[in-house]
Design a binder for this molecule. Structure first.
Ligand code: RFL
Ligand code: PHB
Length: 391
């Protein structure tokens, strides 16, 4: 089989790129290891930046988001019993974020790919990348036990943190930067009314907590936990009790509890791979970088990579101009590092760190104080939360 662009991974990055390339008249094939049901069962991100919303609309997959998504103009940070509202709309000249789950984004992308006759192959095994430093790279894989070869002009690695694409960049030309945090998040999804109309990020002596949502009747909550926690060891009642203790009393008073419909633990990690390009291989999304979820940036950062890549490939196929492709890694990484900084800062500000020296704890309090007291500090937070510009 032959195509112009081979895309490894059918998560949000791979599907969005596939959709945008198709609209530009560029042939592409997506190879996904899992079944569609499996991909859609992963409960992940919930907050979309303005740039993410715009690109989804440009890709013709924004209609349901615009109908069903919840526009949020602010969120709260609490520390102990104190609450600060960050007026993101007021502090950023009218910008807002959209609450719309990653599972919904992915569903919309799969439906659009189906409707347009896109090529998304599921349950592909043993995907391997070849001849990336030539003008004729190719990908081999197995499907239904049969060995296949996909010839292409470019390979795009959208296969997440554990996929094979990043490993195809030789070690000597790949630098990795990483911090693994000494805690995780235990998340619960429940069909209960959210405790507030807006998100609440809580710093508390017992650990971080987050009140989020998917709709007016579906809530998503997280509490900081030990990284080795097994979600199965937490009953719903234990989860609600622990969450209630970490929120200010006026918030806890509105906490509606109920049966969990999903419960899982996510590790927290910061990670960047430099470079994001090797010959005719380009990495995008979690294949190239991971942020801890505290700033709600993982999915949004994947989407901004796709924005750069789509424009670069479109320009290459329309005019033969390779500038966008040559600049991709540098441009994407500039935004990646700014976003890594923000996610690291939010994580450092709000979590309880085991064995934190007393000085560091005082510094965290002082940092929170500076944020509560300074509109300038709140503006920096709001600008990052709604999303930094793409160029
Ligand atoms: P994905 O979503 O991991 O998709 C990669 C796809 O590649 C496939 N794959 C392969 N395909 C073929 N061959 C192989 N050998 C393959 N190996 C892997 C995988 O099956 C998968 O379908 O990466 P992508 O598309 O770059 O999207 C990135 C986002 O999914 C990710 O950044 C966010 O979900 C991160 N994240 C969050 N981001 C936010 O913005 N806000 C959040 O609240 C948030 N919560 C989360 C998260 C990530 C979590 N993880 C990773 C466990 C919560 C969790 C629990
Ligand atoms: C979520 O709703 O899953 C969510 C929201 C905000 C975050 C992280 C996760 O910062």
């Amino acid at each position: 089989m032959k195509t112009q662009v081979a895309i490894i991974g059918g998560g949000p990055s791979g599907l969005l790129l596939s959709q945008l390339l198709h609209l530009s008249g560029i042939e592409n094939v997506v190879l996904e290891k899992q079944t569609r049901d499996y991909v859609l069962s992963r409960v992940r991100a919930g907050v979309l930046e303005q740039g993410t919303q715009s690109l989804l609309r440009e890709a013709d997959v924004g209609a349901r988001m615009d109908r069903e998504g919840l526009v949020h103009s602010g969120f709260a940070i609490t520390t102990g019993d104190d609450l600060l509202r960050i007026d993101i709309e007021g502090l950023t000249d009218g910008k807002t974020v959209m609450i719309y789950g990653q599972t919904e984004v992915t569903t919309d992308l799969y439906n659009a790919r189906d409707n347009m006759g896109g090529h998304v192959l599921h349950e592909t095994e043993e995907v391997a990348l070849h001849d990336l430093e030539t003008k004729a790279p190719y990908v081999t894989y197995k499907i239904g036990g049969e060995e296949k070869t996909l010839e292409c002009d470019f390979v795009i690695g959208c296969d997440g943190f554990h996929g094979p694409s990043r490993q195809a960049i030789p070690k000597p030309v790949r630098a990795e930067y990483e911090r693994v945090y000494p805690f995780g998040w235990l998340g619960v999804l429940s069909d209960t009314t959210p405790t507030d109309d807006e998100l609440i990020y809580a710093n508390h002596d017992r650990g971080f907590a987050l009140c989020s949502m998917r709709s007016p009747t579906r809530s998503r909550y997280y509490i900081q936990c030990d990284a080795a926690t097994d979600a199965a060891n937490w009953s719903d009642a234990e989860f609600w009790d622990e969450l209630a203790m970490r929120l200010p009393p006026q918030i806890t008073a509105n906490l509606q509890t109920g049966k969990s419909i999903e419960k899982s633990v996510a590790p927290l990690r910061s990670y960047v791979c430099e470079t994001m390009r090797h010959g005719r291989l380009f990495l995008a999304g979690d294949a190239a970088h991971i942020v801890p979820p505290t700033g709600a940036k993982g999915l949004n950062l994947a989407v901004s990579d796709i924005w750069f890549l789509h424009r670069a490939l479109d320009s290459y196929y329309k005019t033969g101009n390779e500038t966008g492709l040559s600049n991709y890694a540098e441009k994407a990484l500039r935004r990646v590092w700014k976003t890594e900084r923000f996610a690291w800062w939010m994580t450092s500000l709000l979590h309880r760190f085991p064995n934190f020296p007393a000085f560091e704890k005082r510094m965290q309090n002082a940092e929170l104080g500076a944020l509560f007291d300074s509109k300038a500090a709140q503006t920096v937070l709001a600008e990052n939360y709604v999303g930094l510009p793409y160029e």
